[in-house]
Design a protein around this ligand. Structure first.
Ligand code: GDP
Length: 301
């Protein structure tokens, strides 16, 4: 019920890379995600992205053509870990943030090991380059010892010096992500099938009921589709993007806020589109009783 793209590979289309930002606490993950959100100039939306929806898409220009990138915007790398634990590949590329004044720290190593274990290519953002104590060369030397050899030293990892605070060289970082995706990944998906994907985060909104930010991984999700998301089900009543604009449809790698679910699904759970509401409810109920049985079995052990 969940998994591979369907149909003939020739029908698959290029999709944007999905990126998670990882790194040691206080090295600037939150600040960088904020800065990238505001630097999204190609999209032509004045004032940048206003909504916090758990993931957002930015556009950049590389070699004269417009390219999109999806960032998972959740604090820390909890989402990444939760999704990995559930066995679903959530991101295509990891941006490893290392503060240039602090250098490689325990969580830097932890994060790079996570990414390596998941087979996810890494782009290194050497952050806080605006600080007088910044030593980007030292960071390059330290990470080389962990197998991340900078391109300029003959390796295959792109290092980009940035300042999330001043906004310096964010375009360079976006370009490095696109180039890394082009060099080592073949990111394509079938937009012409029932949509499937992941729940990034979800909550109960007082006025709107359950609200889930989902990431479409394959297929196209449309308003009116019946979906099952973890134990929740329902018909997509409305979809919103990171600008708060209503969407009619969401194609692969697009994040969207979905309204209309019966309950709040968990981060990292998957969603699928099914034929109709009845089927959606049946599958959701089956999933729930299966989970309940698994819990009981665990308790007996
Ligand atoms: P996180 O724990 O990795 O999410 O780190 P934060 O984004 O919360 O940043 C930690 C601290 O470093 C905050 O006080 C930020 O303002 C500061 N900071 C982040 N990026 C930069 C930068 O590029 N330059 C300077 N000088 N400070 C930064």
């Amino acid at each position: 019920e969940f998994g591979e793209d369907e149909g003939d590979e020739s029908e698959w289309q290029v999709r944007p890379p999905v990126v998670t930002v990882m790194g040691h606490v206080d090295h600037g993950k939150t600040k960088l995600l904020d800065a990238l959100r505001n630097a999204n100039v190609v999209a032509g939306e004045a004032g940048g992205i206003t909504q916090h929806i758990g993931a957002y898409q930015v556009a950049t220009e590389v070699d004269g053509s417009e390219r999109k990138i999806t960032f998972i915007d959740t604090p820390g790398h909890e989402a990444f870990t939760a999704m990995r634990a559930r066995g679903s590949q959530s991101s295509d590329i990891a941006v490893l943030v290392v503060a240039a004044d602090d250098g490689v720290m325990p969580q830097t190593v932890e994060a790079l090991n996570h990414a390596k274990a998941a087979g996810v290519p890494i782009v290194v953002a050497v952050n806080k380059i605006d600080k007088p104590e910044a030593d980007p060369t030292k960071v390059r030397g330290q990470l080389t010892e962990y197998g991340l050899v900078p391109e300029e030293y003959g390796g295959d990892t792109m290092f980009v010096d940035v300042s999330a605070k001043s906004g310096l060289n964010l375009e360079g970082l976006l370009e490095a992500i696109v180039l890394t995706a082009d060099a080592s990944l073949d990111l394509r998906a079938n937009p012409n099938q029932d949509a499937q994907g992941l729940v990034i985060e979800a909550h109960l909104d007082r006025g709107r009921g359950p609200v889930a930010t989902i990431l479409v991984q394959r297929g196209t999700l449309r308003v009116g589709d019946s979906i099952v998301a973890g134990p929740a089900y329902g018909r997509v009543r409305a979809m919103l993007d990171e600008y708060g604009n209503e969407l009619d449809e969401a194609t692969p790698s697009r994040p969207a806020m979905v309204l209309g679910l019966s309950a709040v699904p968990g981060a990292g759970q998957n969603f699928i589109v099914v034929e109709d509401d009845r089927m959606a409810r049946q599958i959701a109920e089956k999933r729930e009783s299966r989970e309940r049985a698994a819990m009981q079995a665990k308790r007996r052990v």
